[in-house]
Design a protein around this ligand. Structure first.
Ligand code: TZP
Ligand code: MG
Length: 206
């Protein structure tokens, strides 16, 4: 069973190059249960190289590595899965290319989008942004009410995302989510291992 309790999404642009791979290892040590490599400004060659390096770390900790947006990169480096948004490759195509045994995740903001992603073969959903975030341009926030409706609508793990930190996740109590996704709360911390551990503990205490 896929464990999305603490889903760390990387942002290499927010840390120095020397700190990036150690931060991935720190997140593993701190208890991240799944990690996504999310790169928006790298060439394919750079994405492949970074992904292979990140995978070498996550594999040692047996933490599944998900590649954002790019099925080709995921397959080429043998990652455990891929994550697609509403403007990326449709879930059904990603599923077909990845095969039945890899993880395919999708971003959805509404119940119809969630049902469609599930129908097309998604293994989990990311829903948000719940709070404003500086990591991604988000025009409309997703309400906790919509999050709850999505959780009820699909039988796969649903994670909340967007501006989440250990201080503000109380609003997620009772929503039935499987876990939380976080970029900044871990990536921008001076101690990403402790940040991951504390965020996970805060979620588990909800
Ligand atoms: N999708 C919705 S919000 C978001 C993504 C990728 C970014 C979340 O980043 P942070 O830093 O945890 O707010
Ligand atoms: Mg995407």
């Amino acid at each position: 069973m896929l464990d999305t309790t603490l889903y760390f999404i990387t942002d290499s642009s927010s840390v120095s190059a020397e700190k990036f791979l150690p931060s991935v290892e720190a997140a593993c040590k701190g208890g991240a249960t799944i990690i996504q490599l999310r790169e928006k400004n790298k060439s394919t060659r750079e994405y492949l190289e970074l992904a292979a390096n990140v995978h070498e770390i996550t594999a040692r900790y047996k933490v599944p590595l998900i590649i954002d947006d790019r099925v080709d990169v995921a397959l080429a480096i043998g990652a455990e899965g891929v994550h697609v948004g509403q403007t990326d490759m449709p879930v059904a195509m990603a599923r077909k290319l990845m095969g039945p045994n890899k993880i395919v995740g999708a971003t959805t903001k509404t119940v119809p989008q969630a049902l469609e992603a599930y129908k097309q073969g998604a293994d989990y959903l990311g829903v948000g942004a719940i709070y404003p975030t500086t990591t991604k341009v988000v025009t409309i926030l997703t309400s906790v009410e919509t999050l709850k409706e999505i959780v009820k609508a699909v039988p796969i793990p649903v994670n909340a995302i967007g501006g989440l930190n250990k201080e503000n996740i109380g609003v997620l109590r009772g929503t039935g989510i499987a876990g939380i996704c976080a970029v900044s709360a871990i990536q921008k911390s001076s101690d990403p291992e402790a940040a991951a551990r504390e965020l996970k503990a805060a979620f588990l205490a909800l």
